[in-house]
Design a protein around this ligand. Sequence first.
Ligand SMILES: NC(=O)c1ccc[n+]([C@@H]2O[C@H](COP(=O)([O-])OP(=O)(O)OC[C@H]3O[C@@H](n4cnc5c(N)ncnc54)[C@H](OP(=O)(O)O)[C@@H]3O)[C@@H](O)[C@H]2O)c1
Length: 306
Amino acid sequence: MKNILVIGATGFVGGYLTRQLVAEDYAVRCLVRNPDKVKDLAAYNCEMVKGDLSDPSAVQHALEAIDAVYVSIHTLAPQHKNTAELDFMDIEMQAMQNIVAGCRMHHVRRLIYVTSLGISADTKDAWTSGRWKTQQYLFNSGLDITVIQPGMIVGIGGQGFNMVLANARKSIAFVVGNGRNKFRCIAIDDLVYHLIGVMNEPKAYGQSFEVGSDDVLTGDQLIDVAAGVIGHPLPKKIHISLAVLRFVAPLLEVIAKSPKGAIKGALDGLGADMIGDPSAIRKLLPRQPLSYQQAVAAALKDYQKK
Ligand SMILES: NC(=O)c1ccc[n+]([C@@H]2O[C@H](COP(=O)([O-])OP(=O)(O)OC[C@H]3O[C@@H](n4cnc5c(N)ncnc54)[C@H](OP(=O)(O)O)[C@@H]3O)[C@@H](O)[C@H]2O)c1
C-alpha cells in the first residue's frame, strides 16, 4: 500500500493519523470539507480534495488511484443541508455507501474504519446500534475491511480527553454522568500505530479489533489521575445527570446545528462502560501500549511542543 486516502483528516484521530502516514513516507490524500482547517497538512505535501461525504462524485474523485482508505469520521458536526432530514447515523450510513461505491468504481479493496468500544449486535441505543449496522454493511461489502475500536483516546484535541483535562485543572469539576462508568484508555500514538499496523496485515482483513492499554478507569478516576500528572489538587466533582441532558438534547442539537439525534446519541454512549478486550490486536501487533498516566504525560509534552 502506498497511496492512502484519509477521510476525517481535519478531526482529532484523522489529523494524527495523517501526520504519521506522511512521516512514514506514504503518499497521502485527504478528503476534507474545509481545507483551511488543515493548512499545515498541505504544507507537508498532502494532497487535499475538497468535498462532503454526502456528495458521491466528490467521494469518487478522492478515491481515484488509491490503495487503501481510512474512514475516521463523526457526524456530531453540522452536516450538509442535503442531509438535513436524516438522522445522524443515517448520514454516516449514507456516507459509507458513497465510500463503498467509490471503492468499487476505482478498485480500492482496503478500508479501515475507526469506530468505538461498546459496538455489538445487542446494543440498543441509536449511536451504538447505528454503528453496528454500518460495520455490518462494510463487512458484507466484499472489500477488505478492518474495524478498529478505541475507548477513551488520550491526546490533545480529543473531545473526551479535552473535557477530562479541563476538569483536572479546576477545583470544582462538572462531570457529565455519574462518574462511575468505566473506560479503557489508549494513547493517540498507540492508536495510530494500530491503525497503520493493520493496513498491510492480511490477517486483519474482515476483522474488528478492540484496542487499548491495560488501564480501565472510571470517569472520576480519569480526572484525578490527570490532575496528579499536572500536579493539581484533586478537584471536587459535581455530577450532571445524563437524564437531564438527554431531555434537553434536541434543543442542544438545534443550537449546535448538529444532525438529529447526534447529541442524544453521544450522551447515550457516555452512559455505558467501554471496556472491551484488546488481546486479539496484541497478538497481531505486539506493542505494549502506554498506561493512562504515561499517555496523559505524553499528551501534555506534545501540547508544550506545539
Ligand atoms: N475522540 C475520542 O476520544 C474517540 C473515542 C473513541 C472513538 N472515537 C472514534 O474515532 C473516530 C474519529 O473521532 P474524532 O474524535 O477524530 O472526531 P472529530 O475530531 O470530531 O473528527 C470528525 C471528522 O469527521 C469529518 N466529517 C464529519 N462529517 C463529514 C462529512 N459530511 N463529510 C466529510 N467529513 C466529515 C469532520 O470534518 P469537519 O472538520 O469538516 O467537521 C472531521 O474531520 C469516530 O468514529 C469516533 O467515534 C473517538
